[in-house]
Design a protein around this ligand. Structure first.
Ligand SMILES: [Fe+2]
Ligand SMILES: [Fe+2]
Length: 319
């Protein structure tokens, strides 16, 4: 390492220490850049793939109002994906290569979206639990050390909180409805509860990327801390709905002031991560098809842009 690089490293370290944001043109260690590219693009892919299970119900929403809410939510997720692809681009990767990595299976996205949406109640459970878990993960990211990522998260979190509320409200309506509707809500909770707990990632002692991410202040809380927080906030919400938590080991621990809960099925977690979940293939096929079918839109947009630039340069010449 040359003396010049050592100074850059010191400057970077002191910014991290003082909570000064790192911006795209700042020097940053290569490993920091790579970690961010991986995390931000994985996050972008999750937003985009996450549209699929919910979009499945847009045409079958039970009322016009519910259809409007669901459409707005799914469109928000597309927007989140776009901000995040832009944030990844500031680190020197192209959007095309990032998307190629998703389609080739090289890049990952959140495993939760590899589960199917079997009933309308799943739309409620996803908004309430999945977006709720995403909020717990993402609120600390509003203070993450990389500027463009932190700023994107501020708006994303505001929208996520609308998503969470619409989901809970949908569940509440089902729980106050007929016995069959309440049963449907319970069934959705039973299916989504454990995969949602898995969203916080592997246990701290098995999370290989965590330590450096904490040091660089990309991440501020550990997987297990966030998972515990999620359980603690969700249990009173489940009780208010009058539903049962699908975990016989769940208990409130007076000493710690937290709920203790049963063991996650880590074999299932790793299976889904490795591509063997119920819908991994279906999701990737749908993304690839959408990309191919949208090629003409990208080509038309590029042709329009070229025409416009040509016209503008001709105008400048004439002036
Ligand atoms: Fe989102
Ligand atoms: Fe969301």
């Amino acid at each position: 390492m040359s003396p010049k690089e050592i100074n850059f490293q010191e400057l970077f370290d002191s910014k991290i220490e003082d909570d000064v944001r790192i911006e795209p043109k700042d020097w940053m260690p290569e490993a920091y850049r790579k970690t961010l590219i991986r995390q931000i693009s994985q996050h972008a892919h999750s937003e985009v793939v996450g549209m699929l299970p919910e979009a499945n119900w847009i045409t079958r929403a039970p009322s016009l109002n519910r259809k409007l809410i669901l459409l707005a939510k799914v469109q928000d997720e597309a927007g989140h994906g776009l901000y995040l692809y832009c944030a990844a681009e500031t680190l020197g990767v192209t959007r095309a290569s990032t998307i190629d990595d998703l389609h080739s299976g090289k890049a990952k996205y959140s495993s939760i979206f590899n589960y199917p949406t079997l009933t309308w109640a799943d739309i409620g459970a996803i908004g309430w639990l999945v977006d709720g878990a995403a909020i717990l993960n993402q609120v600390p990211l509003c203070r993450t050390s990389y500027g463009p990522y932190a700023r994107a998260m501020v708006r994303v979190c505001k929208e996520e909180s609308f998503h969470q509320r619409q989901g809970y409200e949908l569940m509440l309506q089902l729980c106050q409805g007929s016995p069959v509707q309440k049963e449907m809500a319970q069934d959705a909770l039973n299916r989504w509860w454990w995969p949602t707990l898995m969203m916080f990632g592997p246990k701290d002692e098995e999370s290989s990327n965590s330590e450096l991410s904490m040091k660089w202040r990309i991440k501020r809380f550990s997987n297990d801390e966030l998972r515990q927080r999620f359980v603690d906030v969700s249990i009173p919400q489940i009780e208010f709905l009058g539903l049962t938590v699908p975990d016989p080991d769940l208990k409130f621990n007076e000493e710690t002031g937290h709920y203790s809960f049963g063991e996650i099925d880590w074999d299932e977690f790793w299976d889904v991560v490795k591509g063997k979940g119920p819908c991994n293939k279906e999701r990737l096929d749908a993304r690839r098809d959408a990309h191919n079918e949208g090629a003409w839109v990208r080509e038309a947009a590029m042709a329009y842009q070229e025409k416009r630039s040509l016209r503008e340069s001709q105008k400048r010449k004439q002036a």
